[in-house]
Design a protein around this ligand. Sequence first.
Ligand SMILES: C[S@@+](CC[C@H](N)C(=O)[O-])C[C@H]1O[C@@H](n2cnc3c(N)ncnc32)[C@H](O)[C@@H]1O
Length: 423
Amino acid sequence: MDVTDTAQMYDRRLADAPEDAHWNVSDAPEPRIHRIHGYPAKFPAFLTTKALEYSRSLGNHPKRVADIFCGCGTVAQEARREGLEFWGCDINPVATLIARTKSANLRPARIEQFMQKILQCMPAQSNDAGLSHMATQRLQRWFTPSRFEELSQLLNAIRAAVPDRSAYRDVFYCAFSAILKSCSQWRQRSIKPTFDYEKLPAEVETAFTNQCLLLIRAFAELPQEGVTKRPEILQANVLTVPPPVPVDLIVTSPPYVTSYEYADLHQLSSLWLGYTEDHRSLRDGSIGSAQHSLNLRRDMRELNTVGTQVVFSLYNHNRRAAHAVANYYIDMQRVARRCLTFLAPRGLAVFVIGNTRYSGVDIDNAAHLTEALLDAGFSCVSAAKRTISNKAATPYRNGNGRFSREKTPNHIYDHEYVLIAHQ
Ligand SMILES: C[S@@+](CC[C@H](N)C(=O)[O-])C[C@H]1O[C@@H](n2cnc3c(N)ncnc32)[C@H](O)[C@@H]1O
């Protein structure tokens, strides 16, 4: 369904939009490269192909593609596979490490040579990884002393075996980052940092070797030709980053509000890899974080109509969540305005976005973003509903963010929206 005017949104609710099969499933299995590192709220790779097909069906043949919340580089990798230029940003350095790795042009045989070199020199390495006192203290609570020493040796071995400026450094940092949770006491698959006293942490050398073998197989599957320019992937805030050379198509999935605290979830990697001494500093500027403060009385004037309704409905039930949602919505309205300035004439911006429910109140992110896009100056927003294929058996999450059979106040839906904003 198409919405060209904010007033139409009240007669034609997005929730009533028909399910659109075009966006639902892919015929092809997802390439292995998309499994080289876990990532919260990674979206299915085939959505990029669907967005490209959609754009071409309108007679637009994108040459430059962008993802303004590039996460682990799903769109970056798919654009590269199609031989298209790519620009992307993400505020979190662990995200951009994975995205850069996934879209790099690397030779599997070379990865294997470096892997052997790393494993050979690992036993002779120091067990002091040169981390700051603060980072060490934060990390040590997650690891047994022996795992901590082995990981320090592994990190030193990567530094010793792979030259500093080599494009292959990232790939091994990425493998190192990918095994940290399994080698620690972090509860597996928990979306909040949770200590698991019962867990037997994985053995470092075995986990790293398996991870490298997965990487080698993943790179071996990739087409070597057809790749044009190196993708541009920046660790930056989309609200302040200098605009890219105009792009023909943006494909992105925005962060959710208060659901994933990315800075906290990536803390093991950001501390080990020296991106920060205190991961909480990486929450700054992260859209959807519950940690920002807001002067609701002053700032609510910026909220659009849907945003005001949602925030007021929530306010009496859950004041903290109401503040977080208000903050998120104000940021997303700015994102909508920025997207318009990033696009070349006749460009499209495709957003994959879901709704949630807190304390019995529907948090209608899709309707809010549709209004924000129209207010920003897009002429039309086409909305399609799609089923989330990997949905769990229950729509509820408990306090740890795990799926729960109990009816909790935190409810997620089994469908989401694809919003296509036309210039
Ligand atoms: C839903 S995830 C994107 C996942 C991505 N589509 C993928 O497949 O990996 C949202 C991303 O937005 C990023 N983010 C949050 N605030 C940001 C900001 N101000 N600027 C850029 N990225 C931001 C988060 O770090 C997170 O990686």
